[in-house]
Write a protein that binds this ligand. Structure first.
Ligand code: CTP
Length: 443
C-alpha cells in the first residue's frame, strides 16, 4: 500500500494514476453535479483500489441529490447510452466503443479509456426481510457509506470542484486497508445480505487479507442459521461465478470449503488438494489459450468447475441446481469420457481424441495431463486442432468418390499430413486408397 498515513486529499494521486481523459471526466461529473446543486463522489472499489495502488476504471459515482437527473444530463451532453433503474435510484452511462470524436463534441473521454460509468443517488437501505432486495430512500453520503458491506469498501472521494479529491472515510476503511482486514459495519450485515459472505471471502483471498474475528464469527453464525438458503439460486450462482473469475480462483474455493460454505450451496463439488491443483492448472491453460486466441469465447467458470465435479451424477446435480444449459452438461460428459483414454502418441490420434470435445473440456483435460507450458499440448491447441487436409471433398469427387467415403478419405489425408508431413499429392493418394477400401468394405 503506497500510503504510510491516511491521506486527506487524493487529487494528486488521481492525477498520477489516471489518464487525463478519465480525470477530466471525474472533474466534469463533480462540476455538473455542483451546477445542479448536488455533490458527487467516487465510491467503493474505485477508492479502495486507488489506495491499494492498483487503480481501476470501474468507477461508481454516488450523488447527494438526484443521481438519475445528473446521469440524464451527462448522457445528453456526452451522447452516451443511458440505462435507468428507478427503483434502486441508479443509472448507467455507456459509450459504444468508438473512434475518438472530433474536438467539437463535448465528450471529455474516449471509449478506449472509459466505457461505462455507474451513477447512483446516495441512499439509505431497509431490508424488509433477510436476504430480500432492499427498499431504498435518498440520504447523505455518510448514510450511503454506512449501508455498505465492509469498511474497505465504504470510502468516497469528493468530486465537487471546491473539495476535489477529499477522502471521506467514516468507518475506518483506510486503517483496515493498511492492516489488511475485512470488517463489516454492523452485526446484521450478513442477515440483510448473505451474498456478503462470498464477498468477504473473495476480498480476503484476492488481497491476502484476513477476515476480522468478529466478522468471521458472524459469517459462521449466518452459515449455521442457513441464511444462504434464503438467497435465490441466481444470486448464489452470480457470486460463485465471480469467485471463479478471480485471478487465482482456487484460493476463494479452498476458503469457502474450509468455512463449510460450499457444502451448503453445492454439496456435489469435491474440493481436495489434488482437484484444486487441477483447477489451478486449468486456470493457467485457460489464460494461455485466451491470450493466444482472444476472439474465442470460453465458458471459463464452467470449465474450472469441471475440475471439482467427480462424475456424471455430480455434474447433473450441479447443472440442475444452477440451471445450466445442455451444452454445459455435454461438455462435462465429453470430458469424463475423454479422461478414460491414455494420451496418444501420433498427432492424428490426438485430433481424433480431442477435436470432438468442446474447447473448454480439451483445456481442462490438458491441465490434467500436463503442465501449462507443455510443448506437445500447446502444439495441439495452436496447430493440430485447426489443421485441415490440403485436398478437398471436390478433389475426391472429381476422382469418383461419393457420400460418406469422402469424409473417410479426408480424415486419412489429414492423418498422413499431420503424422508424416505428407504433401497434397501424397494426401490425395492416401485418401483415395482409404476411401476405396471403405467403399469396398461397405458393399
Ligand atoms: N456493496 C455492498 N454490498 C453488496 C454489494 C456491493 O455494500 N452486497 C457496495 C460496496 O461498497 C462495493 C460497491 O457496492 O464496493 C460496489 O460493488 P461491486 O461493484 O460488486 O464491488 P467493487 O467494490 O467494485 O469490487 P470488485 O473489485 O469486486 O468489483
Amino acid at each position: 500500500m503506497p500510503f504510510q498515513q491516511k491521506p486527506l486529499n487524493l487529487a494528486k494521486e488521481l492525477e498520477r494514476k489516471f489518464p487525463a481523459e478519465v480525470l477530466s471526466t471525474l472533474r466534469e461529473v463533480g462540476k455538473f453535479a455542483s451546477q445542479m446543486g448536488m455533490t458527487a463522489y467516487a465510491v467503493g472499489g474505485f477508492v479502495r483500489d486507488l489506495l491499494l495502488g492498483t487503480p481501476t476504471l470501474d468507477i461508481d459515482i454516488v450523488v447527494e441529490g438526484n443521481g438519475i437527473a445528473l446521469a440524464q444530463k451527462l448522457a445528453q451532453m456526452w451522447q452516451a447510452d443511458l440505462t435507468v433503474h428507478e427503483r434502486f435510484l441508479t443509472a448507467t452511462l455507456q459509450w459504444r466503443l468508438r473512434e475518438p470524436k472530433s474536438a467539437s463534441t463535448h465528450a471529455p473521454i474516449h471509449a478506449c479509456t472509459l466505457s461505462r460509468l455507474d451513477i447512483a443517488t446516495a441512499r439509505k437501505e431497509r431490508y424488509p426481510k433477510p436476504a430480500a432486495l432492499p427498499e431504498v430512500e435518498p440520504a447523505s453520503i455518510l448514510d450511503d457509506l454506512w449501508r455498505r458491506d465492509f469498511t474497505i469498501n465504504a470510502m468516497a472521494i469528493c468530486l465537487d470542484p471546491k473539495r476535489f479529491g477529499e477522502l471521506v472515510d467514516p468507518t475506518g476503511g483506510f486503517n483496515d486497508l493498511q492492516r489488511g482486514i475485512i470488517r463489516v459495519l454492523h452485526e446484521r450485515s450478513f442477515v440483510d445480505d448473505p451474498t456478503r459472505i462470498f464477498r468477504a471471502v473473495r476480498y480476503e483471498q484476492r488481497f491476502g487479507f484476513k477476515i476480522e474475528r468478529k466478522t468471521l464469527r458472524l459469517i459462521c453464525h449466518a452459515r449455521d442459521e442457513s441464511l444462504l438458503t434464503k438467497l435465490s439460486r441466481d444470486r448464489i450462482k452470480h457470486e460463485l461465478w465471480r469467485m471463479l473469475q478471480e485471478r487465482d480462483p482456487t484460493k476463494p474455493m479452498r476458503r469457502l470449503s474450509k468455512l463449510r460454505i460450499l457444502p451448503v450451496i453445492a454439496p456435489e463439488l469435491c474440493v481436495t488438494t489434488k482437484r484444486l491443483e487441477w483447477m489451478r492448472r486449468a486456470n493457467e491453460w485457460l489464460n494461455w489459450f485466451a491470450e493466444k486466441f482472444p476472439e474465442k469465447r470460453l465458458e471459463r467458470e464452467w470449465a474450472l468447475l469441471l475440475t471439482l465435479l467427480p462424475n456424471a451424477k455430480a455434474m447433473d446435480l450441479f447443472s440442475q441446481r444452477y440451471q445450466l444449459g445442455e451444452s454445459e452438461r455435454e461438455c462435462g460428459l465429453a470430458l469424463l469420457k475423454a479422461l478414460k483414454r491414455r494420451t496418444p502418441k501420433r498427432p492424428s490420434s490426438w485430433v481424433r481424441w480431442l477435436n470432438p470435445l468442446p474447447l473448454e473440456a480439451a483445456l481442462v483435460l490438458a491441465a490434467k495431463r500436463s503442465l501449462p507450458n507443455d510443448p506437445l499440448w500447446q502444439r495441439y491447441f495452436l496447430e493440430w486442432r485447426w489443421a485441415r487436409p490440403d485436398i478437398t471433398g471436390e478433389d475426391l469427387k472429381a476422382c469418383g468418390i461419393l457420400g460418406r467415403s469422402i469424409s473417410v478419405g479426408l480424415q486419412a489425408a489429414l492423418a498422413v499430413k499431420l503424422d508424416e508431413g505428407a504433401d497434397a499429392s501424397k494426401q490425395l493418394e492416401v485418401a483415395l486408397r482409404r476411401a476405396q477400401r471403405y467403399r469396398t468394405s461397405r458393399r
